[in-house]
Design a protein around this ligand. Structure first.
Ligand code: GTR
Length: 327
């Protein structure tokens, strides 16, 4: 056999081997995430994929398209509703204009702590919110952690509500967050996550708001060096599946999806705690000025008009009451 023939046969065999590996899974579900590879949400969905593959005996796998490869959150949500994307891991914020129930855990200062948020979202209220996705062509699978979100900017340290006056902040694409920032005396502009870095750098906006890991991995801390821990939001993240994809699965497969999504939650929380500590340490060491001891009382009081505007139906009012009554 001449060398060219040998090489050709080898290439064919290698190709066949690769095809076998790739097709080991009968169906690969595509899942979107705005965060880079290695981020806790990305890794949690990968872990879910491994569990799903095992539970279904290799019938179902998940591939995570990280770094907004499948689009920014507002668009990826639409694509998931249409069934173009199978799964989406998103903050609850961009769902606020679509699924009214998601506004409640997105309300500023609704949760007293991350533990309080866990108690609510792990219980019946969380289940009600997951169920609320169904009429919008989505199936809610699990909630992930998103820590607490605080303001950062490129101009000056924020030590009180007064310092926010006149500043322009990017918010997630949710009307409620625009009103939240206005109620604090600043201006808000909704913008996709991927545009925030250059918008701060070029002075289109003064800053944004997010948790430690996002402030870190987006690089926003490089261009907005003042971070104030006012912790106005403890908004959970959610993993959803397209209703179209869901309906194409057998009941056993649906159960396996639910179970492996649920089993990925403790994995995510563990990764989250580590990432949060790491990002905080890195940012503090980078020279960012962090204001930690801010009086939150005026911030909390300023949120009354936001609650009045968005918590309107009896159903939502009741949900707020039940959250406040949860230990
Ligand atoms: C992050 C969240 C993302 C995205 C981002 C944003 O904390 O994990 O899903 O919503 O914030 O501000 O757009």
């Amino acid at each position: 056999m001449n060398n060219i023939l040998k090489t050709a046969i080898f290439a064919l065999l290698a190709g066949a081997a690769m095809t076998v590996t790739a097709s080991a899974c009968e169906r690969t579900l595509r899942s979107s995430d705005t965060h880079p590879d290695g981020y806790p949400t990305v890794e949690a969905v990968k872990a879910m994929g491994k569990m799903l593959e095992e539970k279904t005996g290799g019938k179902l796998c998940i591939e995570v398209f990280f770094g907004a490869q499948l689009g920014e959150e507002k668009d990826s949500i639409e694509q998931t509703q249409f069934g173009v994307i199978d799964m989406d891991r998103v903050s609850l914020g961009p769902f606020n204009n679509i699924v009214p129930e998601t506004q409640i855990p997105s309300l500023p200062y609704i949760f007293r702590s991350v533990e309080h948020m866990h108690h609510v979202m792990d219980g019946p209220i969380g289940q009600e919110i997951l169920d609320a996705f169904q009429p919008h062509d989505l199936v809610g699978l699990a909630f992930y952690d998103g820590g607490s979100r605080s303001f950062y900017n490129s101009q000056r340290p924020i030590t009180s509500m007064d310092d926010l006056k006149g500043m322009k902040f990017r918010v997630m694409q949710s009307d409620m967050f625009v009103d939240m920032v206005s109620a604090l005396g600043a201006n808000a502009t909704p913008m996709p996550y991927g545009e925030v870095y250059s918008a701060i750098q070029t002075g289109v906006i003064d800053g944004a708001e997010n948790n430690w890991p996002s402030y870190d991995t987006s690089g926003h801390y490089e261009v907005a060096k003042y971070y104030t821990l006012d912790q106005h939001l403890i908004v959970p993240e959610v993993l959803v599946m397209s209703k179209k994809t869901w309906d194409s699965l057998t009941p056993e497969e649906q159960q396996a999806v639910r179970d492996s999504a649920r089993a990925s939650v403790p994995v995510m929380r563990d990764l989250w705690d580590k990432q949060e500590a790491e990002s905080e340490a890195k940012i503090e060491a980078s020279g960012v000025k962090v204001v930690k001891d801010i009086d939150k009382t005026p911030f909390i009081e300023a949120m009354k008009p936001v609650y009045d505007k968005y918590v309107t139906s009896d159903k939502l009012k009741d949900m707020v009451k039940r959250i406040q009554a949860t230990e």
